[in-house]
Design a binder for this molecule. Sequence first.
Ligand code: ACO
Length: 686
Amino acid sequence: MTDAPRMLSEPESYALLNDYRIPVPRHAVVHSADVAITAAETVGYPCVAKVLSPSITHKSDAGGVQIGIHNPAELRAAIETIQSTIHERAPDAEITGFVIEEQAPPGLELYIGGKRDPAFGPVITFGTGGTLVELEHDITMRVAPVTPEEATAMVRSIRHYPQIAGYRGTEPLDESALADTIHKISTLFINRPEVAELDINPLILYPDGLCAVDARILIRPYAPAPVTSRPPLPQDLFWVSRIALVGASANPEKIGYIVLRNLLSFTGTVYPVNPKGGEILGKSVYPSLADIPERPDAVIITVPSTIVPQVMRDAGERGIPLAVIITSGFRETGEDGARLEEEIEGIALEYGIRYTGPNCLGMQVPRLSLNATFDPKSPRVGHTAFISQSGAIITTLVDWSLTEGIGFSAVFSVGNQTNIDFVDYIRLAAADDYTRTIVLYIEEIRDGRRFFEEAAKVTPVKPVIAIKAGRSEVGQKAAASHTGSLAGSYEVYEAAFRQAGIINAQNLSDAFSLAMLLGSEGYPKGNRAVVISSAGGFCVLASDYAEQHGIRIAPLSDTLLEEMNAFMPHGWSRQNPIDMVGDAGVHRFALTFDALIRHQDEWDIAFVISVPTATLDPVHLATEMARFSRHTEKMVVGCLLGGESMAAGVRILRDADIPNFAEPEDAFRAAGTAVKREDELEKEKK
Ligand code: ACO
């Protein structure tokens, strides 16, 4: 068997589909016009004649297909036409025979395909088919295995689904046969690892049944990837207490100095290592790892790349289980770097060391005052674990989070992910009681299948939000030179995220808005909202944003309205959004909160939108909002809008774990995404 990929012939493709009980046209393989005429008696008229030639992939383009053949004379003429056209258009193509097949009656032309993604494995695509497949681009994708339920969801998710369900009096088509075929194609990909690509176009759907009229299947000899076994990541990573820094430097311009300076605040012990010995920043320096009196829990490495293998060996000899390799100059720089990276991976496997990087910023665990990076800023303590493939995005976000008052349970830079990867960190964050939400910045996932399977276990328990870079082709190239990534298709990532329950954020701001909301309030129990505001304009805007993002402005009961009549000004709007009127003081807000607490069964999310006014003290309002939140199980979202005058109020909300948004639309978008995810989780439970 050669290693070259091979396209199956039409009859071979039909045979494979037949194995999975996918209906194909009645057909026969013939080598002459006379035999074709005999075969057509069994196949039936009208029939189609197709050329068989190993060198012709696109038969129609080469003139190798004749349709609408109604009798033996037309069949003979069709075969002659095919022979002469092929002779003209592809003179070197060898004609090995013809396929005579029944002409499937017209129906809805659909497409089912599959391919093996380098990261995620088999991926199944379904959508509208025929010649307009690219133009329509009405497709949906899932990572295999696709369950029967997911197959049905795929069918229902395309824009043209009404044509399947029955549109304007047309007969409904066989939806269950279609979903069943998607499921079977997924099974075929799982069972037959040599199938590299498969396209059925068109798959014709009828009111009763379907037929795979044209199939293109590419076979590639399969070689299973070697399985590498690594020791588990130390679960007590959040509680490291002795850290060595190899490459500590007295030169303030060097990374080894900046990291040491950051480590000075660490609650545990730090051992700087440099062959020169002496003292740096008041700390005794050890000439080597072997000289440190007790075994460190972790080693941070800031020596040049060529020295890293030796440091890793020394760490292995010292029995250190964890390394953070900040050094760059590995796979991301080319072949020599890739070899060096393989060398350190070999050493790590030999000694059972787990390491993050190389080519990373390091890690930060604010609750331990641990900043093992060269980021000059240390984040505040909070409940979001941020795992990022870009060091620069970490430094930017940490800087921004300090002014926004957002904190982190941990910040991990994964770098080249040679050993510890996203999956390890997700598991670690999932098991950490301190972490309530996990945010990922991803350029590339190395082992997509493992990522997908592990993330799916975490998302029902803890929200995972991802920003996937490299949506554009140019972006993918940039990622490749940044961390040596070979990012796959963005659509495959989107599909995998959806299936694993990962929320796909469009940008960093959306990701952190959502983390703030979910980290402080969890998932809302439904999409019924009340909006409380003293600004009429924002009441109108809020209604628009709600509709746009799938939030329902709940009608208020007569009893609730009656209670509110007692303290609202005469002639108030008596509806939701609740316009408190411009002169509202905190007292009116507080009485409204009380009424809403008594009627909690009427709503799921309360948006409190406030603007700077002379009658309203933001600190007092924030304190009342904190009380409101304490007395309800429902989600309370703050929108204290404005600048400096609201800052003290916003701080109170942060301390009370109430998310605040400076832009109301961001609040509705985040809540809408959270509601959608909660709905999906509920469906999964059923
Ligand atoms: N053990 C301990 N210390 C050693 C050893 C050893 N075996 N060998 C040398 N050292 C010392 C050096 O003497 C030096 O200390 P000194 O200042 O007292 O002389 C120190 O280690 C550092 O070595 P230098 O040769 O001075 O290296 P330099 O500091 O210039 O660079 C560094 C090292 C920072 C690791 C560099 O190679 C590098 O990789 N920089 C880029 C880092 C980076 O950008 N990482 C990725 C970031 S973010 C992302 O996500 C992509």
